[in-house]
Ligand binder design. Structure first.
Ligand SMILES: Cc1cc2nc3c(=O)[nH]c(=O)nc-3n(C[C@H](O)[C@H](O)[C@H](O)COP(=O)(O)O)c2cc1C
Length: 415
């Protein structure tokens, strides 16, 4: 019976365990979680989503307060176009988060950072360039470009001294998206070093429309593998989304994938950044508690638990402190939704905004419980404690379960 440990992932000169933990913002895939994956020979992702906030929490810096203070005068203003990130501060926060993580790395694995391009931060190109180059300065092993792939992102850092040394990967959900990216980047003579193919059962934002249920990961992966073969391109393919057991992973590795990216099973580990109370919500979830909705201001469908406290909240937009989803003109669809509600109920003490969510605030506060489709199977991966709660797992336990399990068996933690 084959297991994941029978395979190895060749990435350049390196030979790795073919398991990658996915980047889960905002600091759900913590440095601690990524470091375990790297220590065990795989690849661990941290995320650069809202990195000044993450740095404040991790290192007691004051980046968010500083920005909030600077733009305090604008809080009641509907027009947020004035609110900009200080690029030097953004670089500092990124260098701290990445640098400290890299210093702590042990073992033969790698640490990558997930960089969501949909975090347009009221100046998409400048802020993205700073985030990418600061992560490279601070020694990151690899960068995964995700969520709203801009076709020109690699060109932004083409003159960085580590441009050919850092591994670059992209996340796509279709062959078409991949072809567009490859075409656009052809003149850089810099192909991606790996391609994560994310299917419709993943957590976070989906690269599909609301017809996501009509797609399946295996079909997309097979199509992309065939295409790369035809084109004579030797780029490792890494499927993601709904790979719940080692046996699921083996099926992809057997079919030609180089590794797998997994996330949901790690949301209930001690090292995961979600508060323990929220981890219990993930354990308790039933299939009917999960939905894919259009509440994210990015416009992409997102999967989450229906009980997420952020759903229906009418909190005032917090762009002076955060503002990660402001587009290049200072707009965000939550601001529009909020102002519309405010006009309807000018005297209300609290508002409820039903069609959009202030994603910055609610991700920051762990009130948007995004999850993969199979979140409802997490309860089968642990033991129930006498008080009725579920025992948290260690990231090492989950990693090894992927590595050694056969016949879809999941090993429970030892009593
Ligand atoms: C809680 C959570 C947060 C996530 N956040 C992000 C993110 O910030 N950026 C991203 O590209 N993918 C994100 N994802 C997607 C994962 O990185 C991964 O590709 C996917 O969830 C894998 O499927 P699985 O969860 O079924 O294993 C997130 C997933 C989860 C479960």
């Amino acid at each position: 019976m084959k297991k994941v440990d029978d395979y190895r992932f060749r990435l350049g000169k390196q030979e790795l365990v073919p398991i990658m933990t996915g980047g889960m913002g905002v600091d759900i895939s913590t440095a601690e979680l990524a470091l375990v994956a790297a220590r065990l020979g795989g690849i661990g992702h941290i995320s650069d989503a809202m990195v000044p906030t993450v740095s404040d929490r991790r290192f007691k810096t004051g980046f968010v307060k500083e920005k909030q203070k600077k733009y305090k005068y604008n809080v009641a203003n509907r027009d947020k176009s004035d609110v900009h990130f200080n690029l030097e501060r953004l670089a500092e926060a990124t260098r701290l988060h990445v640098g400290r993580t890299m210093e702590a790395k042990q073992g033969d694995g790698l640490i990558f950072i997930n960089t969501m391009e949909k975090l347009t931060m009221n100046s998409p190109r400048d802020t993205l360039r700073v985030r990418l180059s600061a992560a490279m300065d601070a020694g990151i092993d690899g960068i995964t470009l995700s969520a709203g792939l801009h076709l020109g992102s690699l060109a932004l850092v083409a003159d960085h001294p580590r441009f050919r040394d850092v591994k670059f990967g992209i996340i796509v959900s279709s062959l078409r998206a991949l072809q567009l990216f490859l075409r656009k980047n052809a003149r850089l003579d810099r192909l991606p070093d790996y391609i994560i193919v994310e299917g419709p059962l993943a957590g976070g934002h989906l690269g599909f429309g609301m017809d996501w249920a009509q797609y399946d990961l295996k079909t997309i992966v097979d199509e992309i593998l065939r295409h790369l073969k035809q084109e004579g391109l030797n780029i490792p393919i890494i499927p993601a989304g709904g790979i719940f057991t080692g046996t699921d992973a083996v099926a992809f590795l057997d079919a030609g994938a180089a590794a797998v990216q997994v996330a949901t099973r790690f949301t209930v580990t001690k090292e995961c950044g979600l508060p323990d109370k929220v981890k219990q919500e993930y354990f308790k979830a039933r299939e009917e508690d999960v939905e894919v909705n259009l509440l994210s201001p990015t416009g992409y469908p997102m999967r989450m638990l229906k009980r997420s406290p952020g759903i229906g909240s009418g909190i005032r937009p917090n762009c002076e402190a955060y503002g990660y989803l402001l587009d290049g003109s200072g707009n965000c669809s939550y601001i529009e939704a909020y102002n519309r509600e405010l006009e309807r109920h000018p005297d209300a003490d609290t508002l409820s905004v039903k069609d959009k969510m202030c994603l910055c605030t609610h991700m920051r506060n762990f009130d948007c419980w995004t999850c993969g489709h199979y979140v409802y199977r997490l309860k089968d991966t642990t033991r129930r404690l006498p008080d009725g709660s579920y025992e948290l797992l260690t990231a090492e336990h989950v990693f090894n379960d992927y590595l050694y399990s056969t016949e879809h068996r999941i090993v429970l933690p030892v009593a």
